[in-house]
Ligand binder design. Sequence first.
Ligand code: HEM
Length: 468
Amino acid sequence: KITSGRIITDPVCALPAPPEVKGIALLRLLPTLFTEGPEATMHYLHNKLGSAFTVSFLWKKTTFLVGQEASAIFFQGLESEVTQGNLFEFTVPMFGTEVGFGVDYATRREHTRFIVESLKPSQLRSYVDPMLQEVENYFAKWEEEGVVDLKYEFKELLMLISGRCLVGKEVREKMFGQFCTLYHQIEEGLNFASFMFPYIPIPVNHRRDRARIKLRGILSEVVRSRKSLNHVKEDVLQRFIDATYKDGRGTTVEEVSALIITLIFAGKHSSAMTSTWTAACLLDHANSLDAALEEQRKIIGKYKDKIDYNILSEMGVLHSCIKEAARMHPAPPALVRQVKKHVTVRTKEGNEYGISRGHTLVHLVMLNGLLPHIYKDPEVYDPDRFRPIREEDKAAGKFSYTSFGAGRHACGGEAYAYMQIKIIFSHLLRNFELKLVSSFPKPDWTQFLPEPKGEVMVSYKRRRLPSD
Ligand code: HEM
């Protein structure tokens, strides 16, 4: 039985708790969960219980939030109320104890500042040419025509771009194969077993730990060499080397190396998956594809083959196509926090609930982008909804679009991500005729970081897109 808005006697919290699902009611949901997946299950609970509801399993209470009103506390709450806390403990053996959840909150905020500064528009301009070179070199290896798994291709390409723009030329040119192998071993350390028990002695954890030490060694060598030879480069690694804490202290070699590994992790998979969904959506919607091609023709007419930061900013149609794919298929489908101090959640339906300390809070990005009072026909791929005049997310206001997070922990790499994805797609659209040959992918919920299921097979044929 699903209990609704029950008055509880917790002395700290006089407000009713959100509707709760537990025991037999929870068991009854299992068939839907296994046959239709988490999104359908959450849809069902959201429709039935409203925009805040709690799932209780054993002693663990997880409260799910959907929509702007209910999610406000998630994004705006103080660190003393709502925190990422020790939920991300599992990332410490992946990235090291010098960054992320291995350090205190104040130091972590300083590191976020280093990241945001290294990816701000004035810095982004310098990453356009290296990104372009990586993209051109990559697709130059494709034949005259063929069939590829675009998901695989994007994973490879995004790793190359990360290698060049984040890690820098030394590693990219001399030891990239070794770097990738080690990085993948760290990435493989992210699975359901290591998430629950990050330190248990299983082979995948051993490999992750050995890989992190070796990778750290490689990066430390590069940082030391740059420092001793006074070699200054145009990449994120250099920005981290030059960064200073508020007290004037510089970053250590270990911190710089750990920050770079963290950043590749934050940006590579999410960008590769958003690119894959964008391709699948575009190739499945002739109107949107035509609009994106038309925009490229116009831009070629104006600037010929030249691409720079400003020209990329003119690709508004392409931008909306990517944003719309990320709305329907957000790279992280849900975001998590922990309640540190009792908080109040106000819902769109006009309810007020008290959430007690110790609850896990989950903001459901995957449902937030599908709310019909914000998005017209939310199940339809319609990039125009983000174009001037309509701008459905802006019209609705704060927290209506959360595919890149929001509030204190909003994505620090959003502009960088759009830039690299736009560079990839402008190249693909100008140089290849593409067709989706496999069926439109479903999300694969068996992966720790969900991605399109199976191969995303696309046929390509070289061509030169004429100008308008
Ligand atoms: C399409 C690609 C991307 C998507 C969909 C995405 C999405 C997100 C989301 C939803 C969050 C919020 C996490 C939370 O609230 O718990 C986030 C945080 C973050 N992202 Fe991204 N991201 C993308 C690309 C990137 C890239 C390319 C970088 C860097 C190169 C990056 C760096 C970060 C960082 C550093 C944070 C943490 C911010 C903080 O905790 O203060 N992201 N991202």
